[in-house]
Design a binder for this molecule. Structure first.
Ligand SMILES: O=C(CO)[C@H](O)[C@H](O)COP(=O)(O)O
Length: 230
């Protein structure tokens, strides 16, 4: 296992151990870090350390992993998550985050918003001084009128790029939408940018998760730590 994979695993295991108790419903994020959350839940359910835990998956990929690991699943209509554990692409000192490079941001935000709390799990490479420093803001875009939506996004001061899928044609999310990666550079006012993006009708949701996370569990060569949101 690579060093960074080891850090992801350490953060995910620590987050499950700290935030998940028997009887809880847990929102299951998407991505290589969230996979470790599912694996830890599967281990603890199999050993009997956790009982009656149900997961609400944010993607088909995560649902598949959960089924393989013996984590029972529910929909949001059936159960409201007590806590969601999910990865991130960038984490600011306030624990605002950019998500969506893994292609599941709309469902991730729906599940996080419906949850009692959102806890981010990540290796230390995701920590930044300011959001936008390294990654674009992904935006899930309705396919109808996508060209017009990309123009409206560009007018906010970015260069939107339609994300390609593996075969070169546009990547399609589980919900059947496009994703536009929008390069803004360092973002001065992420809450305002989130509101501006969401004022565009074809921009279904963006990867700025502002004021949503309660904490981030982060691991790197400096050790494991919990950053509380401020
Ligand atoms: O937002 C996401 C998926 O939409 C992921 O949580 C994010 O991209 C981090 O992924 P990884 O844990 O693989 O680094």
């Amino acid at each position: 296992m690579s060093e960074s994979e080891g850090f992801k695993r350490e953060a995910a295991y620590a987050a499950v151990d700290r935030y998940v108790r028997s009887g809880m419903t847990v929102g299951l994020g998407t991505g290589s870090t969230a996979v470790w959350v599912v694996r830890r839940l599967g281990e603890k359910l199999a050993s009997g350390d956790l009982k009656d835990v149900v997961g609400v998956p944010t993607s088909e990929r995560t649902a598949g992993e959960a089924r393989e690991r013996g984590v029972p699943l529910a929909t949001l209509a059936e159960a409201r998550p007590d806590v969601t554990l999910d990865g991130a692409d960038e984490i600011s000192p306030e624990v605002n985050v950019i998500k969506g490079l893994g292609g599941a941001l709309l469902r991730e935000k729906i599940v996080a918003f419906a949850s009692g709390s959102l806890v981010i799990v990540a290796d230390g490479s995701k920590l930044v001084g300011r959001l936008g420093e390294r990654t674009p803001v992904p935006v899930e875009v309705e396919r109808f009128g996508a060209d017009a939506t990309l123009k409206a996004l560009a007018a906010l001061g970015c260069e939107p790029k339609l994300r390609p899928g593996e075969d070169g044609s546009p990547f399609i999310t589980d919900g059947g939408n496009y994703t536009a990666d929008c390069y803004f550079g360092e973002i001065e006012d992420p809450a305002r940018l989130e509101a501006e993006i969401k004022s565009i009708p074809g921009a279904l949701e963006c990867g700025l998760f502002i004021g949503l996370a309660r904490a981030a569990v982060v691991s790197d060569a400096g050790g494991l730590r919990v950053l509380e949101a401020r």
